[in-house]
Design a protein around this ligand. Structure first.
Ligand code: THU
Length: 127
């Protein structure tokens, strides 16, 4: 793993302290780095209406999109948890090159979205 990717993971870990997770008490942080070097952080944000909560990696990606970044503009993401199934579809959509995440047990590994979501689904082209 590159030093830059390890730093990204460390940023995710630092920001996880700001997660809003009063229901699960499971704090997750994420940090996504664009190809131009800008980094966007995210945390999970829960809600009393449980299904409305948002995951850390999605909140980081939303921040990048608000700043104008699009699929293909983002190089790597660090996440302090193994991404959930729905987030794997987001990572596929944004075409991250590398996903650096903590596996259950704490080992930090690097994978591609295709490793995490084989046969990822795409919207079919209009005929
Ligand atoms: N969570 C994330 O933020 N990212 C993941 O990939 C795994 C799960 C959050 C969602 C929820 O706020 C809490 O972890 C677990 O209930």
């Amino acid at each position: 793993m590159t030093d830059a990717d390890r730093e990204l993971y460390d940023r995710a870990l630092a920001v996880s302290a700001r997660a809003y997770a009063p229901y699960s008490r499971y704090l997750v942080g994420a940090a996504v780095r664009a190809r131009d070097g800008r980094v966007f952080e995210g945390v999970n944000v829960e809600n009393a209406a449980y299904p409305l909560g948002v995951c850390a990696e999605r909140s980081a990606l939303v921040g990048a999109v608000v700043a104008g970044y699009r699929p293909g503009d983002l190089e790597a993401i660090g996440i302090t948890a193994s991404p959930c199934g729905g987030c794997r579809q987001w990572l596929h959509e944004f075409r991250l090159e590398r996903v650096v995440y903590a596996r259950e047990g704490g080992e930090v590994v690097s994978a591609t979205p295709a490793d995490l979501l084989p046969d990822g689904w795409n919207l079919p082209e209009e005929p």
